[in-house]
Design a protein around this ligand. Structure first.
Ligand code: CU
Length: 121
């Protein structure tokens, strides 16, 4: 009996492994500010993904012109849970910013990436 359960378990692992290739994960479709854009100081970041997100395991790390970590407020999901809104707690000084994001989609897959924007003087 144990062997059968074990085999079924292994089959499940293999099927899960294969099917994860077939489904789209949460890819970043668009953001505000947009990648490589020049903007006036934004009050928030909006990231729109291709799939519904799990807020608990989705977030961003924002790095400023002096490699400083930028403070962010509590992120929330919008637009049917495909968009992540991250309020910025401080006014961003002019310069280049990098947003590194990580996401867990509702189908249980993790993705990550980054985009940059520049705050105009
Ligand atoms: Cu997926």
């Amino acid at each position: 009996m144990f062997k059968i359960v074990f085999k079924l378990g292994m089959a499940g692992v293999i099927i899960t492994g294969l099917s994860s290739q077939a489904f789209a994960h949460a890819h970043l479709k668009s953001s505000t500010p947009a990648d490589k854009s020049e903007v006036i100081t934004p009050a928030e970041l909006d990231l729109t993904f291709s799939e519904e997100l799990n807020l608990k395991f989705t977030g961003v790390k924002v790095t400023g012109p002096k490699k400083n970590a930028v403070k962010t407020g509590d992120a929330m999901l919008m637009d049917g849970n495909v968009a992540l809104m991250v309020p910025l707690s401080e006014k961003l000084a002019p310069g280049a910013y990098t947003v590194e994001w990580h996401a867990l989609s509702a189908d249980g897959h993790k993705t990550n990436g980054a985009f940059t924007f520049t705050v105009k003087p």
